[in-house]
Design a protein around this ligand. Structure first.
Ligand SMILES: Cc1cc2nc3c(=O)[nH]c(=O)nc-3n(C[C@H](O)[C@H](O)[C@H](O)COP(=O)(O)OP(=O)(O)OC[C@H]3O[C@@H](n4cnc5c(N)ncnc54)[C@H](O)[C@@H]3O)c2cc1C
Length: 393
């Protein structure tokens, strides 16, 4: 049944960014509505990220929604790097103030945030896409696919890279900085118990391979594949052959199981500056895409929401302008981009025909050697991997 409502903040997208903002605003009794094109079943079944920075866990904990995360998620304190027959374990937690990550699948984070908001009486409208976003001097209007209309003072565009908020940016209002990486990943989930209690990044002459924890029974793997390959080029037997070869280490066994999903990943990075136009704020993937190495996308999305809630509160109190949102977020976004880029180039194999491939490969070996042998280098790396402190300490 189409409706027409007026609220203070209309939030496009019930992903990590939109739901975090919805919970924070609702807790401060700021009227808001969250809309998403998907129904709950689809929202909570999309397997994507799983590495939660300390600040992300803290945000969810402070919202009172971390019971399941802390019970079922796994604390994650280090990573293993494999390269040229060597193996080195970097204990990020020991190197960086005892802080750790949690491994807890994104779809579970979304379920907890969504259920928490609904249980608290938040206004969440699922199953109908936003089609159009209009802005005037006084407010914003969102038109939904079923004819419904939402009027608001502000719009939070948390509807991902293909959503309406990004697409509605007036020409010249923001600048998008983009880089298409020279690598391609096949990413997959296997119904297999993890083969180690930590993430493994392997640099091998045949290409990068990653082993990432998701749960006691599922593991995510990444494989660097030639640019242009399709999923059809990678039957399961070929995947396991490559994972066995690239992750191999004497005495270590790879746990195998049925592949439950596999996708080719678009390796591109993008940042919009500023992350705002007028009364519309861009959050998460709508504002920036980051290569998946380092697991920063979800964490940036949640951090955007925390900052926007803070800026709206300060704006109401007369202590900040709306522009503070982008000014404060952009440096953190670029810091994550820089780290993700460095990690990408530390672990990948350059094709022989790539410019200066042999030289760059040796630079890469030096970075891996420094990580294993230089405490100062490793601590700096650990600080970026663990991520900044939560807003408010
Ligand atoms: C395979 C994979 C692995 C990843 N691994 C990691 C990791 O380990 N760590 C990490 O931090 N990040 C990771 N990421 C990135 C992370 O998943 C994203 O950065 C994160 O989902 C961004 O959250 P978001 O809320 O901005 O957007 P999304 O999660 O994309 O949510 C956007 C929401 O908007 C809705 N929407 C879109 N269009 C409309 C519309 N027109 N109307 C209404 N609703 C709409 C969508 O249905 C969706 O629910 C990974 C991504 C992929 C694909």
């Amino acid at each position: 049944m189409p409706y027409e409502i007026t609220t203070r903040v209309v939030i496009l997208g019930a992903g990590p960014a939109g739901l975090t903002l919805g919970n924070l605003l609702h807790a401060r009794q700021v009227p808001c509505v969250v809309v998403d094109k998907f129904e709950r079943e689809e929202l909570v079944s999309r397997t994507r990220a799983g590495l939660l920075e300390y600040r992300t866990v803290e945000t969810v904990r402070r919202m009172g929604l971390a019971d399941r995360l802390l019970k079922e998620g796994h604390r994650h304190t280090g990573c293993e790097f494999r390269f040229t027959g060597q193996r080195s374990y970097t204990d990020f937690s020991e190197l960086y103030d005892g802080r750790s990550h949690h491994v807890y699948p994104q779809q579970e984070v979304v379920a907890d945030l969504l259920d928490g908001l609904v249980a608290a009486g938040g206004d969440v409208r699922l199953g109908v896409a936003a089609e159009r976003l209009e802005q005037t001097d006084d407010g914003v209007t969102v038109h939904l696919a079923d004819g419904s209309v939402v009027h608001a003072e502000f719009a939070a565009g948390a509807d991902g890279q293909h959503g309406v908020a990004r697409a509605s940016t007036p020409p010249g209002a923001t600048t998008e900085y983009e880089m298409v990486h020279e690598f391609q990943w096949l990413t997959l989930i296997a119904a297999a118990a993890p083969s180690a209690e930590w993430t493994i990044y392997a640099q091998h002459e045949r290409g990068f391979a990653g082993h990432l924890l998701r749960s006691d029974t599922f593991t995510r793997f990444h494989l660097q594949v030639p640019v242009g390959d399709t999923v059809e080029d990678w039957p399961d037997e070929r995947i396991w052959d490559e994972l066995r070869a690239r992750l191999a280490h004497p005495g270590w066994t790879l746990h195998e199981g049925p592949v439950t999903s596999k996708n080719m990943l678009d390796m591109r990075s993008r940042v919009a500056e500023p992350m705002q136009y007028g009364r519309v704020f861009l959050l998460g993937d709508a504002a920036h895409i980051i290569s998946p190495s380092g697991g920063k996308g979800l964490n940036l999305a949640v951090a955007d929401a925390v900052e926007l809630d803070r800026v709206l509160a300060e704006h109401d109190a007369g202590t900040a302008t709306l522009g503070a949102y982008s000014t404060r977020r952009v440096p953190d976004v670029w810091k994550a981009q820089e780290f993700s880029h460095a990690l990408l180039h530390m672990m990948h194999t350059y094709p022989d025909e790539a410019p200066s491939a042999a030289f760059r490969q040796r630079l890469q070996q030096s970075r891996l050697w420094q990580l294993a042998n230089s405490p100062a280098y490793a601590r700096n790396f650990a600080a970026s991997y663990i991520g900044p402190s939560p807003v408010g300490g």
